[in-house]
Design a protein around this ligand. Structure first.
Ligand code: ATP
Ligand code: MG
Length: 293
C-alpha cells in the first residue's frame, strides 16, 4: 500500500504543476480547451465505457465541444451511442493502420456537440499490426493532436488491458481518469495501473497527469460500499472525485437503447451523477487553467 501511495502522490504532484501552456493560453483566449483524457483501468467491467459515454454527453450538454474515441475492439461505446454494428463503417482501425483521413471516420452523434470516432472488432487486428509499425505508441497521438483545436474535451475509452491500444491512448492523453468499482478488493489492479503510469511518465509521456479517480457502481444501501468508498478516499485523498456514480439500473439499460442516460431518463440518479461529474471535471480545469477554461 505504501508503494501505491508513493506513486499516487508523485503523479499527483506533477498534476498540480501541470504545464501545458498551449492549453492554458487557448482557454484564456476563449478557444477550445483541447484537453485529452484517457478513461482507463485494465480491470474489466468497472464502468469505463459508461463513464466515457455519459461524461461525454454531459460535457456536450453543458456546451463543451466533446469528442469520444472508442479504443476498444468490443465497440461497446459505438453501440451505446446508437450505431448498430456495420461492417462497412470506417473505424479507428482505418485511421491507425490505413492512414485514412479523419473526415471519412468521424461521426456526429445524436447529442449536439458530441462527436465519435467509432470502433469494431477489426481493432483486434490493430493491436497486433501496431507491433511492427514505426512510432507504434504514438499513432493515436498523431491523430488526436490536430483534433484538439476543435474540441474542449477528447475522451478515450480504453480496453480492459494494458495493451498497445491503451499505451497509444495514454501517450495521446494529457491525463487519465480511473473508474474504480466500489466493491471488495477494489484496489486490486490499481497498483499495476499506477506502476504503468509512472513508467509511461518516464518514457513516452512525461506530462501525463491523473485527472481523477471515480468511484462507480456505489450502492449506498450496503455497508460494504460505504466501507470501500471510505478506504479509497483515505488512500487516494483529494484525487477521488466528490461525485460518486451510484449503481443505477437506468445506466445499465440506456446502452441497449443506443442513448446516453440523460437522453433515456434525465431524472435518473445515473443521469444526475454524470452531470455532476462533468461539472467537477470542468471546475478542476478552471482551477488549473484559469477562468477561461
Ligand atoms: P470493459 O472492461 O468490458 O470495457 P467497462 O469498464 O467499460 O467494461 P462498462 O461496460 O461501462 O464497463 O460497465 C460494465 C457493465 O456494468 C455494463 O453492463 C454497464 O451497463 C453496467 N454499469 C456500468 N456502470 C453502472 C452503474 N453505475 N450502475 C449500473 N450498471 C452499471
Ligand atoms: Mg468498456
Amino acid at each position: 500500500m505504501k508503494r501505491i501511495l508513493a506513486n499516487v502522490s508523485s503523479v499527483h504532484n506533477s498534476a498540480c504543476t501541470f504545464s501545458d501552456n498551449s492549453a492554458r493560453f487557448a482557454s484564456l483566449r476563449g478557444e477550445n480547451l483541447g484537453r485529452v483524457i484517457a478513461i482507463a483501468n485494465q480491470k474489466g467491467g468497472v464502468g469505463k465505457t459508461t463513464t466515457t459515454v455519459n461524461l461525454g454527453a454531459s460535457l456536450a450538454a453543458t456546451e463543451r465541444r466533446a469528442l469520444v474515441i472508442d479504443c476498444d475492439s468490443q465497440g461497446n461505446m459505438t453501440t451505446a451511442l446508437g450505431f448498430a454494428k456495420d461492417p462497412a463503417r470506417r473505424t479507428l482501425y482505418n485511421l491507425l493502420i490505413l492512414d485514412e483521413s479523419i473526415d471519412r471516420v468521424l461521426l456526429k452523434t445524436q447529442v449536439e456537440g458530441l462527436d465519435l470516432i467509432p470502433s469494431d472488432k477489426n481493432l483486434v487486428g490493430a493491436a497486433i499490426e501496431l507491433v511492427d509499425m514505426e512510432n507504434r505508441e504514438y499513432r493515436l497521438k498523431a491523430i488526436v493532436d490536430p483534433l484538439k483545436q476543435n474540441y474542449d474535451y477528447v475522451l478515450i475509452d480504453c480496453p480492459p488491458a494494458l495493451d498497445l491500444l491503451t499505451l497509444n491512448a495514454l501517450a495521446a492523453a494529457d491525463s487519465v481518469l480511473v473508474p474504480i468499482q466500489t466493491e471488495y478488493l477494489a484496489l486490486e489492479g490499481v497498483s499495476e495501473l499506477l506502476d504503468t503510469l509512472m513508467r509511461l511518465r518516464r518514457t513516452i509521456n512525461p506530462s501525463l497527469a491523473i485527472e481523477g479517480i471515480l468511484l462507480t457502481m456505489y450502492d449506498d444501501r450496503t455497508t460494504l460500499s460505504k466501507q470501500v468508498a471510505a478506504d479509497l478516499r483515505s488512500f487516494f485523498g483529494a484525487q477521488v472525485y466528490e461525485t460518486v456514480i451510484p449503481r443505477n439500473v437506468r445506466l445499465a439499460e440506456a446502452p441497449s437503447h443506443g442513448k446516453p442516460v440523460m437522453f433515456y431518463d434525465i431524472h435518473s440518479k445515473g443521469a444526475e451523477s454524470y452531470l455532476q461529474l462533468a461539472k467537477e471535471v470542468i471546475a478542476y480545469g478552471t482551477k488549473r487553467f484559469g477562468a477561461g477554461a
